[in-house]
Ligand binder design. Structure first.
Ligand SMILES: [Zn+2]
Length: 431
């Protein structure tokens, strides 16, 4: 869930925190909260692996559609001057390839579909390494991570449990088609060894820079209007939204090293009080690839470095057509209309109308093509009753409409999206 109509308070405070941290970190390398100091010298492996035109096209159309400060990334016909530290005026100079014929291959741990051998009959996904990341944590963490609501005494809706259920349906389906499948999380527990209490120092720094010299320790609950200004809320957010996803990135990048990662989510619209949530008649679908970085985000040395790594690895060249095939297959199965964003932090990409570029910590840090699924509005009338029905075989009449299990519909949509993509893309020559 991405909370499409985010209450303005959260945005305002978050934006404040971004700027504050940047100011806070200036003078030392300005790193985002819990971020890692980048190894700029590692970009040496990308020398002469991309032409000026392709670098400029990806930078302007996908990664920095709202522009980037020339003091941070300066392009000329020969190369790009990448700022390592604005204060110290230190730079990394990336040399472009003269042309596509002379460009060297971009080093990466994942394999594009074009590099995969022909698939044996009925095993269209043979040999593809797929990592599945069931979004959020679920279980007893569902309320803390604000992915929980309950209508009366009906079954609570917990996104983290629902994504894990879809993931567990997907594993055998993809394996039967020949894929090597791993779950980044396989139970309703965090993979990070950290806990909220480990975050307090960083939380206090963020609050201090947000103007909170003596922040409240605690908040009264999910509807507390001042919760973002408290240490506990910041602790928890840093734990489940930052530390947890960085721990998952470690697993993906160091252990699994997949060809693709599928991030499974369910969407929602603002439901206000989770104990008496607002249900809506809006229901829609969209998918995300990495892109659309803001100027404030690019000020972070680690975020800017991670963006450049993605750009130079050409992950976009793989994740966009993959996301487009997946969107088309999901749309056919769910018959959901595309979501139209009302916020500025995305860019529409591709031709299906369902895929957007957005800078999320997961699709930035996972060093492989990532498809982020955001089907169904959990707090829509239609979806609420399907969730209450749970998982089942066959067709049932749910709230007056004959439906398959929402979990199986989701899983089938993912499978067919991958099949459509790999059947078409494998062994097709590419630039
Ligand atoms: Zn989610």
């Amino acid at each position: 869930m991405l909370l499409l109509r985010v209450p303005c308070r959260k945005i305002t405070f978050h934006a404040l925190a971004v700027v504050a941290v940047t100011q806070f970190a200036l003078g030392a390398s300005n790193i985002s909260p819990l971020g890692k100091r980048p190894e700029w010298s590692s970009l040496k492996q990308y020398q002469e692996t991309i032409t000026h035109d392709e670098f400029a096209r990806l930078l302007q159309n996908i990664y920095c559609p709202r522009g980037v400060d020339a003091e941070l990334i300066l392009i000329d016909s020969e190369g790009a001057r990448l700022t390592i530290d604005r204060e110290e005026k230190s730079y990394f100079n990336l040399r472009f390839a003269r042309d596509e014929q002379s460009q060297k291959p971009a080093p990466r741990s994942w394999r594009p579909a074009t590099a995969l051998p022909t698939a044996p009959k009925n095993l269209d996904l043979a040999g593809i390494k797929v990592a599945i990341d069931p979004g959020h944590i679920g279980g007893r963490w569902a309320q803390m991570e604000e992915r929980w609501f309950q209508v009366g005494d009906s079954k609570p809706v917990q996104e983290g449990d629902m994504t894990l259920r879809v993931a567990k349906l997907l594993v055998p389906k993809l394996r039967r088609l020949g894929a090597k499948v791993s779950l980044v999380r396989d139970k309703a527990e965090p993979v990070t060894p950290k806990r909220p209490a480990d975050m307090t120092e960083v939380a206090k720094q963020i609050l201090l820079r947000g103007g909170e010299a003596t922040p409240r320790e605690d908040f009264s609950g999910p509807t507390d209007p001042e919760k973002e200004h408290t240490i506990r809320w910041q602790d928890e957010l840093l734990f489940y939204r930052n530390s947890e996803i960085r721990a998952r990135a470690e697993i993906v990048n160091a252990q699994l090293r997949p060809d693709i990662t599928l991030c499974l989510h369910f969407n929602a619209e603002a439901w206000d009080d989770p104990r008496s949530p607002r249900l809506t008649d809006h229901n829609h679908l969209h998918l995300l690839v990495n892109g659309s970085y803001s100027q404030a985000e690019l000020e972070y040395d680690d975020v800017r470095f991670e963006m450049l790594q993605r750009l130079l690895s050409r992950a976009h060249q793989e994740e966009l057509p993959l996301a487009e095939s997946s969107a088309a297959a999901m749309a056919r199965r769910t018959e959901l209309p595309p979501y139209e964003y009302t916020t500025e932090n995305v860019i529409k990409v591709g031709a299906t109308g369902y895929v957007y570029g957005r800078n999320l910590i997961a699709n930035r840090l996972f060093q492989c093509p990532v498809v982020y699924y955001e089907p169904y509005v959990m707090n829509s009338d239609e979806v609420f009753w399907r969730i209450q029905e749970g998982d089942y075989e066959g067709i049932r009449n749910v709230n007056g409409t004959d439906r398959p299990s929402i979990y199986r519909e989701y899983a089938d949509g993912v499978v067919h999206g991958l099949l459509d993509y790999y059947r078409a893309a494998r062994n097709k020559p590419r630039r």
